[in-house]
Design a protein around this ligand. Structure first.
Ligand code: C2E
Ligand code: MG
Ligand code: MG
Length: 865
């Protein structure tokens, strides 16, 4: 075989350059991909961190809002039970409210939408007498609060009294015998600047740049009212601030803007560049022909010295190992100090020897063998690797996260001669990641999973229960009186109470169950794999008794308790949000039952809530279509049984259920305000009907009695409306009677009073309906132009049978007579009742015994006397 001629020097040089460029290119490509991956990761981490910080901001904003609005609730409750609240009482409560670390500028009451009470008066004089309905800036929000029955936060707006603020308004409904009526609004102004400050939005130290949008609680579609609007255009992280009605949206970006690369990327980049350079140079050097070696060596020596310095200064550990067995040739200081004995000679030590005292694990915790390190693959197969993440326990016992990358070094012939491995310490990055993950999933106070993590777990539990067919239960736990503790003993005590409560709940359930804190004093528990429903009852019972035990917090003994709502899966549903809503609803039921107890969710609960909504919808439609009619019932004089009056009673043709009694829908109509239009329709229709039967013009005919709801008075039912109807139908006011309820008499609103007197002036009679079921204060009657009282049928029902009822009826008749009032007994059904009424001196009677309510065409119109 002829001798192979040596390749010409140019070719050698070419090949050397080519080989080293190839090596460097490979390493750089790997590095570039890794860098991009790192940048992605950095942005992801940055967003996660921002999300978690924003969560805290959101909690603070909601906290401040809820704290303030919560304080107003006391005022609402007081007014609802004392509709005649005086300026003095109001000022006392308002002073108390404003003293509670609030950001409120003032509190006000707007009876029937006009501001009648305000505290402090000084500086807010301009707001007194403000009619929300006449104020274009505030009208919509005020009506919204009235119509939705919810607390509505409007603004920020420029205030009539100067400055800017958020206005929170909530409707006040006063309960009476006939249900409840709309009294007016409670309103509070929260100063914008103080609010921003307290909510931490002005924090200089914040890592986030914040903006808030959703003026007037309009969520993401509302205007930006805090911060730079541009933030929302730069792909911010967002969080929804839930308001009692509607929401705001928080947007945030990091102070320094969104990252384009990983903050630690320079470390990795240096490492990659170093390897690329190193590998290229070594390859190049090897590839050079022997002739040029000497000249080259000098140059190379300088280059090597520079490189060695660079390698020395890199914070990453760099190791060079020979192929094929991986004995180490050299390492930088960072690599040496990782060893137990940094000064022990390293040359020719096998890789396994270097790692002798180390324990290597993959990111998932499984053991990692030396053979699986990228250096080994680089040596054996000549493939580089951008990075393997691993958990390293050093000989000292210290644990570090490291990333190992490696690249092969090729010989002039193209074979693999050695390989470089870089170990970068990524512990800081990993810890930051963990923290972000923790903060995003756990409640910092109690260490329990937070709402989002809880929902994830609930989803897992539901999925598992689907597979195993086992039942799960979801509990919604709300601490009793917690707000009280917070308000009176301070937030520190409140926080400790929450921690202790969390601990007690955790101690009551199994380790396979999940306890989470949704926020505030609300906890949830998922009970997995339940064999039977009884177990849930036992656990719920345990939790209630645990929570009823006094809590000793600092020097205080606190009695709290827990109200628990329970829902079962799959029985009550299979969808996390739905189940949560069920449990929440059941929790409210438990609170209604008198606290510290538990209630299971039942279909009836949702049905009740749904019924209200559906009746409201149907009523609206029926009002448009005219699906209402009237029936008429006679009222007679007891002495001779002659018919003296006729009461109009409303009937509703429900689209599905057919004719419906007023009890089913009047209260909904009142709450939604629909009674205003409906009531007008009743009056007009009744007048027209009876006029059509020839009634309503002469004095000696019987009168028409129409029920008027208290709510109508506040809706503008007064002289003008009534006069127009009477004129249109040619019905005489002297033949008309309005039946009102006792609650109306407690209404101190001037307009109500004025209307009542106007009606009397017109000659309309006023009768007090359902007497005995409300406040039953005869004393009140003297102050009002009422001439007749109608004794509620529940008393007549017991007449002659139940002793107390008999006495009561007798007493009412006697007292009324003493006050010069007439009495009508309602619901007279029997001869016996009728006889007794005659005996006691009751003037008039109404009921099935005399005549049932009938349609107009069946009505027997008595001849004029
Ligand atoms: P109310 O004003 O006390 O009307 C008397 C109710 O007692 C009527 O019930 C009537 O049908 C019923 N009733 C009459 N005699 C007897 C009897 O002998 N035995 C029994 N068990 N019941 C008798 P209805 O029609 O169901 O109305 C219930 C309530 O709904 C009314 O009580 C009134 O408060 C309200 N309502 C009815 N129509 C209107 C209306 O047009 N406007 C307003 N605001 N409320 C109305
Ligand atoms: Mg009536
Ligand atoms: Mg009645």
């Amino acid at each position: 075989m002829p001798n192979q001629p040596a390749p010409p020097a140019r070719l050698v040089e070419h090949r050397a350059t080519l080989l080293s460029a190839l090596t460097a290119g490979l390493v750089l490509a790997g590095g570039w991909a890794f860098d991009a991956q790192l940048a992605d990761q950095a942005r992801h981490e940055q967003r996660l961190a921002a999300v978690s910080q924003l969560g805290a901001v959101r909690a603070r904003v909601e906290g401040v809002i809820n704290h303030n609005l919560g304080l107003v609730r006391g005022l609402i409750a007081f007014t609802a039970s004392n509709p005649g609240i005086t300026q003095g009482e109001f000022a006392a409560i308002a002073r108390e409210v404003l003293a509670q670390r609030s950001q409120m500028r003032n509190v006000a009451l707007a009876r029937d939408m006009v501001i009648t009470h305000i505290y402090p008066v000084e500086g807010n004089e301009a707001a007194l007498g403000l009619d929300y309905r006449a104020n274009p800036a505030q009208r919509a929000a005020a009506l919204l609060a009235r119509d939705t029955g919810s607390l509505v936060v409007a603004g920020p707006i420029d205030l009539v009294q100067g400055g800017s603020g958020f206005v929170g308004r909530a409707p006040i409904h006063v309960r009476n015998s006939g249900g409840s009526y709309f009294w007016g609004l409670a309103a509070t102004v929260i100063d914008t600047d103080t609010f921003y400050e307290e909510a931490g939005l002005l924090d200089d130290g914040s890592m986030l740049r914040l903006a808030l949008r959703g003026r007037d609680a309009r969520g993401e579609s509302g205007d930006v009212f805090f911060g730079e609007p541009e933030i929302f255009r730069r792909d911010p992280v967002t969080a929804t601030v839930s308001l009692p009605y509607g929401s705001w949206q928080l947007g945030a970006e990091p102070q320094g803007g969104w990252l384009s690369s990983h903050p630690n990327a320079w470390q990795v980049r240096t490492a990659v560049l170093t390897i690329a350079l190193l590998a290229a140079m070594l390859t190049f050097a090897r590839a050079r022909s022997a002739d040029e070696r000497r000249a080259g060596e000098r140059k190379l020596a300088t280059a090597r010295a520079t490189l060695a310095a660079a390698i020395e200064q890199t914070p990453a550990a760099i190791l060079l190992a020979d192929a094929p067995d991986g004995r180490l040739r050299t390492a930088n200081t960072a690599a040496l100090v990782l060893r137990r004995n940094p000064t022990a000679p390293l040359e020719h030590v096998p890789l396994a020897g270097y790692l002798e005292h180390w324990d290597l694990r993959r990111a998932d915790g499984s053991p990692l063998d030396v053979e699986q390190l990228p250096l080994v693959a680089a040596l054996r197969e000549g493939v580089g690797s951008a990075g393997v993440e691993m958990i390293v326990t050093l000989g000292s016992g210290e644990q570090r996260w490291m990333m190992a990358s490696a690249a092969p070094v090729h010989s002039p012939q193209g074979g693999i001669e050695a390989a470089v491995m870089v170990l970068s310490d990524i512990t800081d990055i990993k810890e930051a990641e963990d923290q972000v993950r923790y903060r995003a999933n756990f409640d910092p106070l109690t260490g329990l999973p937070n709402r989002s993590f809880f929902l994830e777990k609930l989803e897992d539990s539901i999925a598992r229960s689907r597979r195993t067919k086992a039942m799960i239960a979801l509990m919604y736990i709300d601490l009793d009186r917690f707000k009280n503790v917070n308000d009176t003993l301070g937030h520190d005590v409140g926080d400790l109470l929450l921690k202790e409560a969390a601990r007690r709940i955790e101690a009551t359930v199994r380790s396979t169950d999940t306890v989470a804190r949704l926020g505030g004093d609300e906890f949830t528990v998922i009970l997995n794999d339940l064999a039977q429903e009884d177990n849930v009852t036992v656990i719920a019972d345990n939790i209630t008794s645990e929570m009823a035990r006094p809590f000793r917090i600092l020097q205080h003994t606190i009695y709290s308790g827990a109200s628990i709502g329970i829902t079962l899966c799959p029985a009550d549903g299979l969808e996390p949000q739905g189940l949560l809503k069920n449990a929440d609803m059941a929790m409210y039921q438990a609170k209604d039952q008198g606290r510290n107890n538990f209630q299971y969710f039942t279909r009836a609960m949702t049905e009740r809530a749904q019924r209200f909504v559906s009746i409201e919808k149907d009523l609206r439609r029926s009002l448009e279509r005219g699906d209402f009619r009237l029936q008429y019932q006679p009222i007679c004089r007891v002495a001779d049984r002659s018919v003296v009056g006729i009461e109009a009673l409303l009937r509703w043709q429900h689209p599905e259920r057919g004719w419906t009694a007023p009890e089913q829908f009047i209260s909904v109509a009142e709450e939604t305000g629909m009674i205003i239009d409906l009531g007008e329709w009743v009056l007009r229709k009744a007048c027209q009907d009876l006029a059509g039967r020839g009634l309503g013009s002469t004095e000696d005919e019987c009168y028409l009695s129409v029920n008027v709801s208290s709510r109508q008075f506040r809706g503008g039912f007064g002289r003008r409306v009534v006069q127009r109807i009477l004129e249109d139908s040619r019905f005489s006011p002297r033949r008309l009677q309005f039946e009102i309820t006792e609650s109306l008499l407690l209404d101190e609103d001037e307009r109500t009073q004025r209307s009542l007197h106007d009606f009397r002036q017109l000659g309309i009679r006023l009768a007090l309906d359902d007497f005995g079921t409300g406040f039953s204060s005869l004393g009140y009657l003297r102050k009002f132009p009422v001439g007749i009282i109608k004794i509620d049928r529940s008393f007549i029902n017991g007449l002659g049978v139940v002793e107390t009822d008999t006495h009561l009826v007798r007493a009412i008749i006697a007292m009324a007579r003493g006050l010069g009032l007439s009495t009508v007994a309602e619901g007279v059904e029997s001869e016996d009742q009728f006889r007794l009424l005659a005996e006691y001196g009751c003037e008039f009677a109404q009921g099935f015994f005399i005549g049932r309510p009938v349609d107009l065409d069946e009505l027997e119109v008595p001849a004029p006397r």
